[in-house]
Design a protein around this ligand. Structure first.
Ligand code: FES
Length: 168
């Protein structure tokens, strides 16, 4: 009889350990994968969201441009709709402003306050902004409207994430 012979007890111990480990791995791997799945997802190609607004059709009058993008919140994906006020300034540069009032976050509208034409107006507390998004002193907002970075692609306007205006 060989000295290296595996006893029945050892054989059962090794076999049960191997099978148990294999089964545990089979149960744990899907859980681990589920937990870290959002990290493994490929990120979107760019940070700019397409709109249906043709750049050539943008005028010097602020126009509401709606856009939709897919938002990933952990494992939940939803369609989110956003809005920008877009126009071309005197130099022909596109200006894309966030509609979110810098006072308490209501939505501003263009040219709806009869006493202050050609202004962005917030109906919640009478906030006013000039056409370039600058807050009018003496009204509740204490900062300018955020500005969207943008790119033009295939003739259409793409918007980035709105950010506070530089120098404001
Ligand atoms: S939220 Fe716009 S003025 Fe208050």
């Amino acid at each position: 009889m060989s000295k290296n012979r595996v006893s029945r007890r050892q054989f059962l111990s090794y076999t049960l350990t191997g099978v148990g480990g294999f089964m545990a791995a089979g149960m744990l791997m899907p859980m681990v994968r589920f937990a870290i799945d959002p990290v493994l997802q490929a990120k979107a190609a760019g940070d700019f969201i397409p709109t249906k607004q043709k750049v050539a059709e943008i005028t010097n009058v602020p126009t509401r441009v709606d856009y939709t993008f897919e938002q990933q919140d952990a494992w939940y994906t939803s369609d989110v709709t956003g809005t920008a006020w877009v126009y071309k300034d005197e130099q022909g540069e596109i200006v894309a402003l966030s509609p979110v009032c810098k006072h308490l976050g209501c939505v501003v509208d263009w040219n709806t306050d009869k006493t202050h034409p050609e202004h962005f107006y917030c109906p919640c507390h009478g906030g006013l902004y000039t056409k370039d998004g600058t807050n009018v002193p003496g009204t509740p907002p204490i900062a300018s409207l955020d500005v969207f970075p943008y790119i033009e692609k295939d003739g259409f306007l793409y918007l980035g994430k709105a950010e506070p205006r530089k120098g404001a």
